[in-house]
Design a protein around this ligand. Sequence first.
Ligand code: SF4
Length: 311
Amino acid sequence: MKVISRTQENTIASVFIAENSDGRRIEFVESIQPPIDISKKWVIIISTLFGCPVDCKFCDAGGDYKGKLSAEEIFFQIDYLVNYRFPSGIPETDKFKIQFARMGEPSLNHAVLDVLEQFPAKYPIHNFVGSLSTIAPHGTDAFFEKLLNIKKEYYDQSFQLQFSLHSTDEEQRNKLVPVKKWSFEKMALFGERFYSEGGKKLTLNFALGKENILDPQSLLNHFNPETFLIKITPVNPTFKARMNNIDSLIVREEKEYAVVDALKNAGYEVILSIGEWEENKIGSNCGQYIKMLDQASQVPEGSYSYKLQDL
Ligand code: SF4
């Protein structure tokens, strides 16, 4: 595996593209969150699959699935960014967070569990936070049972789990995330067990398009506000979102949303995660740059404002 290109240096986020010996590509991201200095907090977002078989309607990582990364290939991304940013090879930061959330549904690759088991010996640091975002596909029970055991054994308070729901309407959710998935009931039961082992509340994520249905009562029927918090994010300006005419409800100019108020009134803690708007453009949230390399001529105008440079 070697890094072949990256976005030009900037102050928000950098996307790196790596290729393995048979030409399959992944991308991974270093995210900087000004005004927080990286000596205080450093976040990297890594890939776990070459593409993704789920093919969500708003995500450019989906639709061109070419297999799973090995544990070594997952560690390659971590090691590369650590050495790039910290020549000592030790992440010298008060909080080092790895999000298993770039390309690929992580629960479809058991090598993710191997990485989580090996990580504490490889990076014996006390300031680590692991974060895994999942749509909870059908047939992944063994993955999540093992994840729960790994959390108990190695991570205690410092592991975050996010279920990405995107809609409370089953039919709409099945259109947006077009594979068989865990029911809300099953997620809630597992979430209660996960939370009872300590740590932060679990996150229910909604990347909200204008047409997405988010009914607080449907959530309350399953998800206890004492165990789950809600994170609302914009739909990023991906190639796929544009193709499918999915416009973000959450926009930079608007800070108040009726749906956020309704969720708070229902008793939920709500994070409106607009983040750094520039970060959306650079593509630190979905697999945009692979598309840019592979299908540069089809990239919709205005989606990308940063250029790649070869390494
Ligand atoms: S959002 Fe996640 S599960 Fe859906 S296609 Fe993208 S990487 Fe796969």
